[in-house]
Design a protein around this ligand. Sequence first.
Ligand SMILES: [Zn+2]
Length: 217
Amino acid sequence: MEQQIKNSVLSTAREMIAGGLVEGTAGNLSARLDAERVILTPASLSYKTMDCSDLVITDLKGKVLEGTRQPTTEMALHLTCLANHADIAAVVHCHPVYASMFAVNREPIPSLIEEFDIHVGGDVPVADYQETGSQALATEVSRHLDERGAVLMANHGLLCVGKDLEDALSVALLVERTAKIVWGARLIGKPLALPESTHAKFSPLYKRSRRAARDDT
Ligand SMILES: [Zn+2]
């Protein structure tokens, strides 16, 4: 199981690059190994050459338990989200272009498509600006994740969570795709909101899947 999760960290990191969610060594990932331990990507290392021995295992307070490299500089961000939300097991942080346009405008990405409510829980909120790598940023981002699978980080990027890394990555790809659709729709016209009755029907499905994940743990 542990090896499977390590392989998943490496494959998700490469898909993050292939999907255009980050460039170079930017972005970072984490996954829960068990109730006490988290696996994180290391700081400043190319995803193309990264292998399992480069990954870092810490406890939820950040004490390194395994690995020779420094954990990601956003370690506090990952550990705080995982510690505060028992119903998530993986975190993907990335800098996709379209979602980041909303992040620098400090504007939520509106849920204008049904699948967005189902997989993200509704509009993607914006966490207030805090400096990269800080505990203040970690605390601010984490508080937006009670009923959402994604949060924009003001003037920075995007953070997505899920029951595993594949799930968190699919949320990130959906958020970026939707941000692009909203951006384009505003160029060619005026996007219209979904009916409130649709949000009322589909948003609870996301909350239900988070509750089910929590009850499994
Ligand atoms: Zn970042």
